[in-house]
Design a protein around this ligand. Structure first.
Ligand code: HEM
Length: 183
């Protein structure tokens, strides 16, 4: 996958209005009213913004070829007209997660937590993009972004509750749940 860099800017401008912000685990982020998403690596915080998080798309680490094909067949694109709801969920995993081998992490991620198996049940209602930022000098390892239509908002709540009840979530050190609607 070609890498693409995105900057998520929390402040008073941008296409997305923030409806809810909560720290699920760990320290909160400063509450803001709007989010702007830019397809560039901003070097510094724009004037008037409270925070900026950067992440880049990259090759998946744990997916087997069959899973990759199944996901590609089902996953919808971002920016669908009807998908006016979104979630930005920045996540940092604990040091003991990163101390595991790739094989051990994959085992927890899929064979125990069934992350992809659960997630795929919510496609094509939910569109997603995963951004990696562990190496970008930010307070998070991942910025997860999801878009869905209002009629799938309840299903999205069920999805997040199911994932948060898994073994994988025992390795979370910080998780912020930010919900948005498109202006
Ligand atoms: C919409 C349904 C979902 C699907 C289909 C899905 C699928 C995936 C896939 C395929 C990966 C990458 C696996 C790899 O690197 O090979 C992934 C990673 C990840 N997902 Fe999901 N996911 C979904 C929902 C969620 C939700 C709701 C959250 C947060 C609450 C989340 C958080 C993450 C995180 C943090 C990672 C990175 C894990 C790591 O590399 O340690 N996902 N997901």
């Amino acid at each position: 996958m070609a890498q693409a860099v995105f900057s998520f800017v929390g402040g008073t401008t941008g296409r997305w209005q923030i409806t809810h912000m909560a720290a699920v685990i760990g320290a909160p982020l400063e509450a803001v009213s709007r989010l702007d998403i830019l397809n560039v690596a901003l070097a510094s915080l724009p004037n008037g913004a409270a925070w900026m998080l950067r992440g880049e798309t990259d090759d998946a680490q744990y997916m087997h070829p069959v899973e990759r094909a199944a996901l590609a067949a089902l996953q919808p694109p971002l920016d669908r007209a009807e998908a006016t709801c979104a979630a930005l969920i920045p996540i940092k995993k604990a040091t003991r997660w990163w101390a595991l081998t790739q094989h051990e992490r994959r085992t927890i991620f899929e064979e125990q937590a069934h992350h992809m198996e659960i997630g795929m049940q919510y496609l094509p209602a939910v569109a997603r993009r995963l951004h990696y930022c562990r190496d970008l000098n930010t307070p998070f390892d991942f910025l997860t972004w999801f878009e869905y239509a209002p009629e799938h908002a309840d299903a999205f709540e069920v999805l997040t509750s199911r994932l948060r009840a898994t073994e994988e979530w025992g390795y979370m050190e910080r998780e912020i749940d930010i919900r948005l609607t498109r202006l």
